[in-house]
Ligand binder design. Sequence first.
Ligand code: UGA
Length: 443
Amino acid sequence: MKITIFGTGYVGLVTGTCLADVGHDVLCMDVDADKIARLEAGEIPIYEPGLESMVLANVSAGRLSFTADSAEAVAFGTLQFIAVGTPPDEDGSADLTYVLAVAETIGRHMNQYKVIVDKSTVPVGTADRVRETVTKTLEARGERLDFDVCSNPEFLKEGAAIEDFTHGARIVVGTESERVKGLMRECYAPYIRQQEKLMFMDVRAAELTKYAANAMLATKISFMNEIANLAERLGADVEQVRRGIGSDPRIGYQFIYPGCGYGGSCFPKDVQALARTAADVDYRAELLTAVESVNQRQKQTLFAKLRQAFDGDLAGKTIALWGLSFKPNTDDMRDAPSRTLMEALWDAGARVQAYDPEAMRECRRIYGERDDLVLVGDRIQAVKGADALVICTEWKEFRTLDFAWLKQQLATPVVVDGRNLFEPDAVKAAGLLYFAVGRGHSL
Ligand code: UGA
C-alpha cells in the first residue's frame, strides 16, 4: 500500500517507519527541508529506542523515503496521514494551523481519491474542518474530486513508541465509510493478524477517545499525587497505600505512581485543550481543571522540599540533579519537572550541576550557556562538591546507589527523590536526610 505521512516529528516518523517496516511503501513529507535533508543523510532528529536502526533498514530496503515536495507527497499515497504538531494556543486550545495547512496542501495537489487520516491529536470536530478546507481548496481549483477524512488517534508513549505501535491495545478509527474501513484494515492488517484490535467508531467519538484516554491517565497521576501529599502530612507511607489500592482490579497498578508531576508533550497539553473544548461548549470541566492545577503544584514540591531542608536559604548552594527528561528513555524535556525545579533554584540564587543519560543536548538547547548550570558526564560527577541531590527522572542507572558513598560526597546530607526510588529506612540509616514523595518527612 502507498502511504504518505505529513510531519516527520515524533508521531509522524514513528508511524511512517513502523508502517514501512511491515511492507508498505511510505513517503514522509515535511516542510522543513533541512530536516528532510538530515533524515535523508540518516540523521534521526529524536531519541527513541530502536527507531534509528529501523529507519535506516527501511530506507535501504527502499520502502521508506523522505521529501519536502508537497505535490510529490500528495500524489504518492492513497492514505494521507496528517501527523503535524498541534501546539497549545494562548488559551490552551490546540492550534490547528499546521493541520489545516496540510489539508489545504492536499486539496491543492490531489488528482484522485484520497483518504485523509487525522493522526495528530486534534479537538473534536477537526475532521469536519479538514473536510471543509479540502472541499474549499478543490472548489477554488474548479475541481470536484472524491475524498474521505477519518480520525485515527495515536496512543504511543515516548520511549516505548515502537512497541506501542506494534503491540498497542487498540487501533481506533473514526469513520462511517465502508471504503475507508476497508483501506484502514488493509493498512493495519499486519498488526491485527493475532488479535482483532481495530475499533471503528464515529469520527467525533474517535477524536474524543484520544483526549479522554490521556485525561484519564493524567487524572490517575494527579489523584495519586494528592494522596501522596496527604500521606506525607498524615504520617502514612504512600507506597503501601499504592499497593493497597492497586491490588483492586477495578483500580489497577498502572499509572498510580506518585512523583514530581507529569510532563511531556501530551498530558499537560491535552488536559488543558480538553478543558478549553469544554469551555467552548459552555461546560465547566472542574475535574480537568483540578487535575492540571494539582500537577502544577506537584512540580513545585521538589523545590519546596529543598527550601525546607535549607531553612529557606538556597543562595550560593550547588544542587546535584539526576535526570532532566520528563521521563526515562527519552531526551524530551517539554514541561519536565526538572525545568520547574531548575528555574526556581536559579531564582533563589543556587547553582545546578546536572546529569541525564540522553537529555543534556536538549537542556543546552533550551537554556544555553549559563554560569549557574553545569552539565556533567555522569551521575558521580554531578554530586561532586554538591550540597544536596535531587532525583527528577527514574532512569534505570539511578536505581542503585551506595548511600554511604553519597553521604561522603554531599556537603549537606540532603536527598530529594521525586520518584520514590529507594526505601526511606535504608537511606536514613546511612545518615542522609531523605525527602521522597508521600513517604513521611525525614526532618
Ligand atoms: C502519553 C500516553 O501514555 C500515551 O498513551 C499517549 O499516546 C501519549 O501520551 C500521547 O498522547 O502522545 P507519554 O507522554 O509519552 O505518553 O508518557 P507517559 O509514559 O504516559 O508519562 C507521562 C508522564 O506521567 C511522565 O512525566 C511520567 O513520569 C508521569 N507518570 C506516569 C507518573 O508520574 N506516574 C505514573 O504512574 C505514570
